[in-house]
Design a binder for this molecule. Structure first.
Ligand SMILES: [Zn+2]
Length: 229
């Protein structure tokens, strides 16, 4: 067994950036409460600037605190909370491909703070004497890096990097994200239905004509529709 979720090893974005962890990470409960108080006050001023009479509007009077809590406890929780230990295990002779597809993704674009929603497909090939992790841990890694501000390209790389580090002695890791961005749907060009697809691959998945790469992309076509967003 090994515990290998040291942020120094897994985090690639600079501390403090929207897609990085907060200074002092991980925050304790009282630090998060203080952050919610300060963000509540600041969001009230933000609404003041938008000439919203939120103090007298019964639907908006508690909105600054709701928004602050949503950021600290849900939308950006990956910046403040450790993902906990992820234990890896010997593969016990299994040297094939492991694929988990259709992992739900909820994230937020760093540029506009609009929702990104979609799915993540992950595959890795276990090496001789390599290590595997529990399947749900892949979901936890997606949650940890998704629940922040993000640029989809960098988010794809961050998830790939973490799996590559945790699944030691792997022969390749591949991560594909298919998502829709509310900043495209609801503002600017206002196009519905456009999906962004990004893939980060390493090891055998980089080899042209590699069977594992083919198997990964073929698996995404099985029960076509399940991985639609
Ligand atoms: Zn955006």
């Amino acid at each position: 067994m090994s515990k290998n979720t040291d942020p120094k090893r897994l985090e690639v974005a600079p501390i403090g950036y929207a897609n990085g962890v907060a200074p002092g990470f991980p925050l304790n409960d009282s630090e998060k409460e203080q952050m919610i108080d300060e963000a509540t006050e600041a969001y009230g001023k933000f609404l003041d600037a938008l000439k919203c009479d939120w103090r007298n509007d019964p639907n908006s009077s508690n909105t600054p605190r709701r928004v602050a809590k949503a950021y600290v406890l849900d939308l950006w929780k990956g910046r403040y909370n450790s993902m906990g230990d992820i234990t890896s295990f010997p593969s016990d002779g299994y040297d094939g491909i492991v694929i988990e597809r259709n992992i739900p993704l909820t994230s937020q674009c760093s540029h506009h703070h609009q929702t990104i929603s979609g799915v993540v497909h992950i595959g890795y090939v276990v090496g001789d004497e390599g290590r595997v992790i529990g399947l749900s841990k892949l979901n936890r890694i997606v949650e940890h890096f998704g629940r922040r501000g993000a640029i989809q390209e960098q988010l794809t790389s961050a998830i790939h990097h973490a799996i590559n580090e945790i699944c030691e002695k792997n022969r390749g890791v591949i991560v594909t994200i298919v998502s829709q961005h509310n900043c495209v749907r609801c503002r600017g060009v206002k196009h519905q239905g456009a999906a962004m697809v990004t893939t980060k691959a390493s090891g055998v998945f980089m080899e042209t004509g590699n069977a594992a790469r083919q198997e990964f992309f073929d698996s995404l076509k099985i029960n076509n529709g399940n991985h639609q967003i």
